[in-house]
Design a protein. Sequence first.
Length: 418
Amino acid sequence: MLESQKIAKRQSEIRQNLAELAANETPDENEQRSLKDLNREFAVNESRYQAAMVAEDGERRAAGADLETREGSEWDKLLSNFEVRSVFAHVGNGDNAPLNGPTAEVVQEMRSKGGYTGTPIPFEVLEQRAETTSATVPDPVTTRPLIDALFPDSVAAQMGARMIAINSGAEEYPVNTSKVTTAWASTEGGNVADSQEYVTLDRPLRPDHTLGVQMAITRKARLQSAGIEDAIRRNMRSAIQADMDKAVFMGTGTNGQPSGVIAKASEYGITSTAVDAAATYGAFRSAAAKFMLDNAASSANAIRALIRPEVWDAMDDAIFDPGSGITEYDRLVSKFGNVAMSHNALAAPSGANNASKALLTTNAGGVSPILVGRWGGIDIVRDVYSDAQSGGLRVTMLVTLDVTISRAEQLRILTGLQ
C-alpha cells in the first residue's frame, strides 16, 4: 500500500475518534488530553499526506501508463499467436475441430463486439510475417501495425490514406473549411477585419459497402498442414488488398462500390488539371506549386504522386540532361516525397494520345488526405454443400469498407498525361 493511502486511512480513523469525543459535552481529563493529541496528529498527518502525494507522483504516472498499455499489449500477444489454419479447420469441420488457445480468445472477443454471420478473424493477422532464423533455433518475428492499419505495401497506404476501425454504425469526420480573415487596423482606434463564421464539412463513413472474397478449399488442402496457413493468408491478403486499392481510387459509387477519390473527384470537389501533353517533371512541379499556394503543402517532398507504369516508362525514357543521363522520372523522384506506381488503382491509358491520369496527395497538419473506414474484422462464412461430392469446402470472406476524403485541397488530379 502506498504511504499516502496509509496516511489517508489513519486520518479517517482520527476523524471518527474526534467525532465521538466532540459529542461528549463534559469530557474528563483523559478525553481532553486525547482531543489535543488527536488534533495535533491530524495536523501533522496533513503535511505528511501532501509530501507523500508529491513523492509518489512519478510512481502513479508509471502505474497509469502501465494500465493504459496493458490491454493493448495483451491483445497484441494474442494476435501474434492467432492461427488462420485453425479457423479454416474449424470452419470446415465445425465441432470436430474446436478453436482453442489465443485463437479462440480473439474470436470470442470479436464476437462480443460485433455482429458476425460466421467466424471472425482480425485484419492484423493478414499482415506479412517476417521470419528470421539463427543457426539452430527458429526465431519468428512478427511486425504488424495495429493502429489504423492498412496493408503495408498497398497503394492506399503509400498515398497517405488512413484506415479507421469502426465497431458499428456510421461515423462522420468534421473538416474545417473556414478561411481566416486578417487585416491591419488602418488608423488608431480603427477596426480590424470582420470575423467570419467557423464552417465545417462533415465527411461520413457508412457501412454500406461490403466486399466478398470467395475461396474453394479442397479436401487435401484441409488435411495438409505444411505451409497451408501462410498460403491462405497470402491469397486472402492479396485479393482483399487489390480490391481495396481499386475501390479507394476507382470505386464507382454504384453496384455496392464506395466512391473512389479519382472516379468521383468532382463530387468530392477535388481539383483536376488537364496537362494534355507529354508527362514531364514540369507538369508535376506546377501542380505541386498549387498545393503550396493553397497552404496544403510546404515543400515538394511533402507530396506523394501516384502514376501508371506506362507514365513511368515514358518519363524514364525522356532524357532531361544527356550529359548526366538524368531523366524526367529521376527529377520527379528526387523532389517528391514518394512516387507510387499501380495499374490497379488508375485506369488504363486511353484515347488517340494514349493519355493517363495521375494523383497527387499530401498530409496537412497531420491530417490524412484519404480516410478508409472498416467495420470489425473479416467475417468467414462456410459452405459445405456446393462441393460436398468431392469433400471440398467453399469459404466466403466478407469485409465492410467505405472511403471518403478529408480536405479536397489535399488532393489534385492530373489528366491527359501522354
